[in-house]
Design a protein around this ligand. Sequence first.
Ligand code: ATP
Ligand code: MG
Length: 396
Amino acid sequence: MPETKPRGKTGVWLIKFAELTLKGENRKSFENILKRNIMRMLKESPDPAAAKLRTTNGRFFIEAQEEKTETIENVLSRLTGISGWAKVVTCKKNVEEVFAACVEEGKKLAQAGVKTFKIDARRTDKSFPIDSYELCCRAGEAVLNAAGDLKVDIHKPEETIRIEIREKAYVYSGGKKGLGGLPAGCAGRGLLLLSGGIDSPVAGFLLACRGMCIDAIHFHAYPYTSLEAKQKVIRLAEITGSYCMGIRLYILNFTSVQMRIKERAPVEWTTVLLRMAMMEAAEKAAVMIKSKCLITGESLSQVASQTIENLTCTQSRIKLPVLRPLIGFSKENIIRESKRIGAYDVSIQPYEDCCTLFTPPHPVLHGNVSEAGALYETLELQPLIDESLRNYELVK
Ligand code: ATP
Ligand code: MG
């Protein structure tokens, strides 16, 4: 959607960059990626919004129709690379207008039941007649006079009214925290092994916050696993994709691979061997779609297949790097993140995963790489893996 001046009553949102300030010369290109991401997300929203974007040192401004507030704020809450944002009141750079805007903000806070506040002022334009300290004092006084129920608390205020004096003056309160990190698209592509569980969507989300574009691959074992289980994974891919400019999900039927493992492998090795097969198939897919790494939701010692020895077996036959952003996370922390990104309620739906086809009662805990390799060779899985790769289903 090209940038257009929104019609009707316009709202203005101020956006603070996250780590972009650290990136020196690359900063311009990061800013451009962020700008492109915002425009694309606005365009692809269920209720698309036309908007105008502006950058001034260290800040981004979106101007859009007031009535598109929901779309804009939805997009901002899912945008990586920003540390915070707020809807702002824009005013002329004169003291009276700025104070009047602060008073309005103060009245709104008082009406909403807020008891304490402070003023925070920033003056990028040093030609403004009064400095930040004086601005804070005088604006605070004006608010106190007009909204009698409010009290100043400079140490622990419930709300802060912020003033920024730049090319124009901006006044706002109730700023929201952004996702932080880097804008999607500045850190290459990775292929996420997406199960129907809690961990893998969180793993994808964390790397999306580091600027990675994510594709996903899922292995199912239909008809041993249900179509509902597949739908659940599609939903999880959508949620993960909403933080990284969309996602392509490759769905592979791994039934024949699993049956072969079940027939030929010692029962205690089945899970590790299945993981090795998944890694091999995922690597082949990644090479085809030009992904630079694999991503999993594995976490050290979470289950038997995730001891350091078994993780080593799992990746022993592939060359691509395997990123495991959750490796040091406790399940409790993963669940907290899963709830934060809105995936948890989907993840806990009780549909079976292909791994549940065989969960050995006494799995090998500290697999040896050469033994794993030798067993893997006897399975002759390549033709079956290639067959599953040829018949993938793609969901965008
Ligand atoms: P999750 O880890 O996503 O909560 P889980 O705990 O059921 O699911 P694990 O047994 O912990 O799965 O699997 C470890 C990792 O292996 C997953 O995070 C995921 O990256 C990958 N994985 C497991 N099963 C599948 C599958 N059916 N398709 C794709 N990847 C899978
Ligand atoms: Mg797990």
